[in-house]
Design a protein. Structure first.
Length: 316
């Protein structure tokens, strides 16, 4: 049975005001719209043309899989093309999404990811889906094993490294601030191992924000990040400067998830009190705000982003 048509009216208006996880990928937006309407052929064409650009493939499959009707349409696609690795990975990540929302059992999502991985052994995307699941419900050994499976297929996988940073940042929250926390070591090591032009150079900034999220939730930092000293210590300033200098030199316009990095970097520069540098980043971000890190630790991200942007640009 085909899934129901997309909702109209108020639901559509709410969606128009929401953060768009597709970021600035117009081809992805078009394929997503078609998929919601039951035209999976557009998603098929999109993934064929994406090829082995693994960061872009992971981004596109993840965003498509977030649509509530994706699993049903992916199954129809598999019925039409039983050997399709693209259909299998789309179904796998849709099952992961359902499991994370309590609408499917994790074991079924794991099985779907493993089936997709068997169809395309070189593709890190099924393992990315499994990593999303394990970071939410798995043990440390499962997380590390799955991350290594992703990294073994593509060492600089952007999304996988972000997931690992968020997971590691949550360890030993009760201990309070610790400049030697393992999440910082992991982020620094990953940035050093990556090629000079890799956006993983921004990963230490991501680690700093994720650790703030955990510490603030545990009561060790103020709920207002700009009022925290988390971004103004010597080590933090070094991390922010290195990341901003990297952005000035490389500014990878073509990376599919660069706007996520820009939001983290703008957030860090604003919290550090570097308004001019934050303003330059806000200009690059434009309308493509992301929920994280503006929502940290428990804030309305729309309000936080707008206030920070206005403060940096002098329009408050």
């Amino acid at each position: 049975m085909s899934p129901p048509p997309p909702p109209l009216g108020r639901g559509r208006r709410r969606a128009a005001q929401a953060f768009d996880e597709a970021l600035d990928d117009a081809d992805l937006m078009a394929a997503r719209t078609a998929l919601v309407q039951g035209r999976w052929q557009n998603a098929r064409s999109l993934l064929v043309h994406t090829g082995d650009d693994w960061d872009r493939r992971g981004h596109r499959v993840t965003v498509l899989a977030r649509e509530s009707s994706c699993a049903a349409w992916a199954r129809e696609w598999l019925l039409a093309e039983p050997e399709s690795a693209d259909a299998a990975v789309l179904l796998a990540l849709a099952q992961v999404r359902r499991a994370l929302h309590g609408k499917a059992k994790p074991v079924h999502a794991r099985e779907a990811c493993q089936a997709a991985a068997a169809r395309a052994p070189a593709d890190p995307t099924p393992w990315l889906g499994l990593l999303m699941l394990e970071c939410a419900v798995g043990g440390d050994q499962d997380v590390v094993r799955t991350f290594e499976a992703v990294r073994g297929r593509y060492a600089d996988h952007h999304h996988a490294h972000h997931l690992m940073v968020a997971r590691l940042a949550g360890r030993r929250a009760e201990a309070g601030p610790d400049p030697l926390h393992e999440v910082y070591d992991f982020a620094n090591w990953s940035a050093e191992q990556a090629p000079a032009d890799s956006p993983l150079a921004i990963l230490p900034v991501i680690a700093h924000a994720e650790r703030y999220r955990v510490l603030a939730a545990a009561g060790h930092e103020p709920a207002d990040p700009a009022a925290s000293g988390h971004w103004t210590g010597r080590r933090a300033r070094q991390v922010m400067k290195a990341a901003f200098d990297w952005w000035l030199e490389w500014e990878l316009e073509g990376h599919p998830r660069r706007l996520i990095d820009l939001n983290f970097l703008a957030h860090a520069k604003f919290c550090e009190g570097r308004g001019a540098e934050a303003a330059a980043l806000f200009h690059r971000i434009g309308r493509h705000a992301t929920p994280a890190p503006w929502s940290y630790p428990d804030r309305d991200p729309h309000t936080a982003f707008a206030a920070a942007r206005a403060g940096a640009l002098g329009t408050a």
